[in-house]
Design a protein around this ligand. Structure first.
Ligand code: THU
Length: 129
């Protein structure tokens, strides 16, 4: 289960386009129906346009019609394993605070719920007047 998700994220990481930071990231998100969608980071000479691996994975999932997710694995080459950046936490939050997040490095894993990573989040409920 986790093994497949991690494997898919690592495969995506191999395609990371990160000529500026050299920091390669892969992500794999598992939908409620079991489908897995992947992403890698894509950098740009205009640095601020960079897209994170997690956001690419969510985009691929939504394009395919998936909106409910169980888990997301994010892989990097660092220890301790990296967690998703703040922008990605916010984007993921749109699809549910109970999603499990796995941070995966070469030697170890860390696990959180999205709620732990982004407490008291701004969400669609926050928009109600
Ligand atoms: N990056 C991600 O892909 N996901 C994160 O959660 C953190 C950062 C990418 C963006 C940039 O290409 C590189 O890692 C260094 O910040």
């Amino acid at each position: 289960m986790s093994a497949e998700l991690i494997q898919r994220a690592r495969e995506a990481m191999a395609n990371a386009y990160a000529p500026y930071s050299k920091f390669h990231v892969g992500a794999a998100i598992e939908a409620e129906d079991g489908r897995i969608f992947v992403g890698c980071n894509v950098e740009n000479a205009s640095y601020g346009l960079t897209i994170c691996a997690e956001r690419m994975a969510v985009g691929a999932a939504v394009v395919a019609g998936a909106r409910k997710f169980r888990r997301l694995a994010v892989t990097t080459a660092v220890e301790p394993p990296a967690s998703p950046c703040g922008a990605c936490r916010q984007l993921l939050m749109e699809f549910g605070p109970d999603m499990e997040i796995l941070g995966v490095g070469p030697r170890s894993e860390r696990r959180w719920t999205l709620r732990q990573l982004l407490p008291d989040a701004f969400n669609r409920e926050s928009l109600k007047q």
